[in-house]
Write a protein that binds this ligand. Structure first.
Ligand code: ADP
Ligand code: MG
Length: 732
């Protein structure tokens, strides 16, 4: 039934070819109990492995029941082994982490036996090999003889017609060896049993035939005794492993080595937590950057503020304001809109304060001090942490910053009467209408450019551009201007009087010119009496009436803001405003992070960093898990020798890893939930978890799954990339 004709086996090792055995021709039958002997290295094991279908051969032909096998693929060998071959090895080749029972059951399940039938058959066989009482013992705890009996039980369970044993007693003492050989003999009457041994004496009493090998060739083939050659060979029943059995084995493998289980779950937990932290930190980061809506144009980014201008670009009239106030949702109008964006600083010898200018009408009560009663009295906000060492400022005078001093001749002084304590760090300075107006004028002045031209009162023929600071003084009559006496290049001495001086005022809202008549010229001598200023500080300046001066800049309001009552109705309010022929700007609609491109680049960098992190993480974990799984190589190459297909191996590994990854994922989710519902107190994770949404949890889950499948796929491929014996050899 099994025949070899001139079969040779070569080993290829790093370009070197060595011979396992050469031109071996042998014929075997059911019922035989064959011993192969010979010195070490003579090719016994190699021959047995070729017959087992664990190794391929290069020359000749091997027939099984008359059919050729030289064209066999790995898949064909799998079937061949399932149908015909049961192996017993010198080093037992059992699953050490399984019990005796599970080892025998394993082969039945792999062959498609139902769990229930497998149980009955396993117990029956265990009784037969006298291992019933050890059935729940882990194999690693058995003696060598017991282990080999488990291996025989396993070979019996697969119920194949051929049993091949390579030095089955090599690691056993004399007594155990005898019981193993007796057992092999017992089962040999309806099978072909081939046993490799270098201790022929030990087996002589059982065998029917002796083959001696030497240097890769058959030296002697001798019949020892007759055997029953009339045994009917029954075709062996086998099927593919059942899905339920796969589940059972997968779950068993997930837990049966606790250390491995904990290590792999640890890696999975590490992955999900790292993903969680990376993602949450990322989401938190982008959230922060959208918070920092630094707008270049508006420092007051109140969501209740709507900026308005007239479509015809003219200044607002009283009527305009009345109509605007009729709109329901409008609370108030800030006519000089620039004030809202003005940030002023106040200081005296001991203090320095700054903040947005607000109207004191907004204040109904103060926390310290009292409400102002005079125009020059103000209230300031202060952070609660600053109050202790700054509250003395109440009752003290402070002056407005340098820019203000520059356009007036005296310090602009204000008196602080009260403090409003806040827990934030945004400061307001509440001032009277009068101060607000002065500040408004000042802002207008800063935002306006002035140009002067000096020319003949009668005509426009002699035009001169002149420079110099223009200053308002109550001593100058309205419509008049006083200029330096020494503008001889413009109008020689005393001839300037009566000539025209034209001031052009230009800003984003208007561009206008106004003419003044030179009423006088000043020298050092008459300077103070004409202007009221100090000559040393203001020599070279041009003086006009102070009301004229203010009128240069204050030509009404071109841009105002309305403050709305309710942000929710802002869309309706905007459309009502637009119906009044107004151009509307709602800051939240136009605010953007300091630079859109900049943030976009930052976000792209963030995505790249996170992606790299995930990929690196993925590979680290992948290799750690593979490393852990290396300890599983013996298991998986063993079940391959037992006839598991590549798909079965992959599925088993998949289930094993899926069980562990799901448990890890559930632990992770449970932990997050416990933190979210505050059963576990951890502020960092609590905060971060608010940035992670359901789809992200799903994504993490998918990443775990993908990783699991990839590992199982690659791993199974590795186990199956070579012949069964080679991949087994690599591990043992
Ligand atoms: P035996 O089992 O009789 O001791 P083997 O069948 O193991 O002998 O070895 C037969 C010959 O094949 C020896 O020369 C041995 O060196 C060689 N051989 C066995 N296995 C391999 C292998 N995996 N790679 C290369 N040569 C091998
Ligand atoms: Mg050997």
């Amino acid at each position: 039934m099994l025949e070899l004709k001139n079969v040779s086996k070569y080993y290829y090792n790093k370009g070197m070819v060595s011979s396992g055995f050469t031109k071996v021709s042998l014929k075997f039958n059911i019922g035989e109990f064959v011993a192969i002997t010979g010195e070490s290295g003579s090719g016994k094991s190699t021959l047995l492995n070729v017959i087992s279908g664990l190794d391929s051969y290069e020359e000749g032909e091997m027939y099984i029941f008359g059919s050729e096998t030289s064209h066999y693929t790995e898949k064909d060998y799998e079937i061949y082994r399932k149908k015909y071959i049961g192996n017993i090895f010198q080093n037992f080749n059992l699953i050490n982490s399984y019990t005796v029972y599970q080892n025998v059951e394993l082969i039945l399940l792999l062959n498609g036996t139902k769990k229930k039938d497998a149980k009955a058959k396993t117990l029956e066989i265990l009784k037969k090999v006298d291992l019933y009482k050890y059935k729940n013992k882990k194999v690693s705890r058995l003696s060598g003889g017991q282990k080999q009996r488990v291996a025989i039980a396993r070979a019996l369970a697969s119920d194949t017609p051929i049993i091949l044993a390579d030095e089955p007693t090599g690691n056993l003492d004399k007594k155990s060896s005898e019981s193993v050989l007796r057992l092999l003999h017992e089962i040999s009457h309806d099978k072909l049993v081939i046993i490799v041994t270098h201790n022929y004496d030990q087996v002589e009493e059982y065998v029917t035939r002796k083959i001696t090998m030497h240097d890769g060739r058959v030296l002697e083939d001798k019949k020892i005794k007759d055997y029953d050659d009339n045994i009917e060979i029954k075709e062996r029943n086998y099927a593919n492993i059942r899905p339920l059995s796969k589940m059972l084995l997968g779950f068993r493998n997930a837990f049966n080595i606790p250390v491995k289980f904990f290590l792999i779950s640890f890696v999975y937990l590490f992955i999900v937590f790292a993903l969680f932290f990376a993602y949450a930190a990322f989401a938190e980061g982008s959230d922060d950057s959208s918070d920092s809506n630094l707008n270049n144009y508006f420092s007051s980014l109140d969501n209740k503020r709507i900026i308005i201008k007239k479509n015809d670009r003219s200044a607002f009239s009283k009527e305009d304001y009345e109509n605007i106030l009729k709109i329901d949702n409008i609370d108030s109008i800030v006519k000089n809109d620039l004030l809202l964006d003005e940030f002023i600083s106040l200081n005296n010898d001991n203090y320095y304060l700054y903040g947005n200018v607000r109207n004191v009408d907004e204040v109904t009560k103060v926390d310290l001090g009292s409400l102002p009663t005079q125009n020059n009295e103000i209230v300031v906000t202060m952070n609660e942490n600053e109050v202790d060492y700054q509250k003395d400022i109440i009752g003290k005078k402070v002056s407005l910053d340098d820019l203000f001093n520059y356009t007036t001749n005296k310090k602009y002084e204000l008196l602080i009467t009260g403090i409003i304590i806040t827990d934030g760090w945004a400061y307001n300075i509440y001032v009277s209408d009068k101060v607000q107006e002065d500040i408004g004028n000042n802002i207008n002045k800063i935002n306006t450019s002035l140009k002067y031209k000096f020319y003949d009162i009668e005509g426009t023929s002699n035009l001169y551009n002149v420079t110099g600071e223009i200053i308002g003084s109550s001593r100058v009559s309205s419509g008049k201007v006083i200029i330096p006496d020494d503008w001889s290049y413009v109008c020689p001495k005393s001839k300037c009087k009566g000539k025209a001086f034209k001031v052009n005022t230009k800003n984003i809202f208007f561009n206008e010119s106004k003419s003044f008549e030179v009423s006088n010229t000043y020298t050092k001598k008459n300077f103070s009496s004409l202007t009221g200023y100090n000559f040393d500080n203001y020599n070279g300046a041009i003086f006009i009436n102070d009301k004229d001066y203010n009128n240069l800049f204050n030509k009404g309001y071109y841009q105002s803001s309305v403050i709305i009552k309710n942000e929710k109705n802002v869309r309706d309010t905007i459309s009502s405003l637009e119906k009044l022929n107004l151009k509307v700007l709602y800051i939240p609609d136009v605010s953007f992070p300091f630079s859109e491109t900049f943030t976009r680049v930052i976000n792209i960098i963030r995505v790249i960093v996170i992606s790299i992190l995930i990929i690196v993480l993925f590979f680290i974990s992948y290799f750690i898990i593979r490393l852990i799984l290396k300890s599983r190589n013996i298991y998986y190459s063993t079940i391959r020798i037992l006839g598991a297909s590549s798909k079965t191996t992959k599925d088993l590994l998949n289930i094993e890893l899926l069980v562990v990854s799901h448990i890890s994922y559930l632990i992770f989710i449970a932990f997050i939930l416990l933190v979210k519902f505050k059963y576990i107190k951890n502020e960092i994770i609590y905060d971060l978890s608010s940035y992670v949404n359901y789809s992200t949890y799903l994504l993490m889950y998918i990443i775990l799954l993908v990783m699991t499948f990839l590992i199982a796929y690659r791993y199974a491929r590795k186990i199956f990339k070579d012949s069964a014996m080679n991949s087994y050899r690599e591990e043992v």
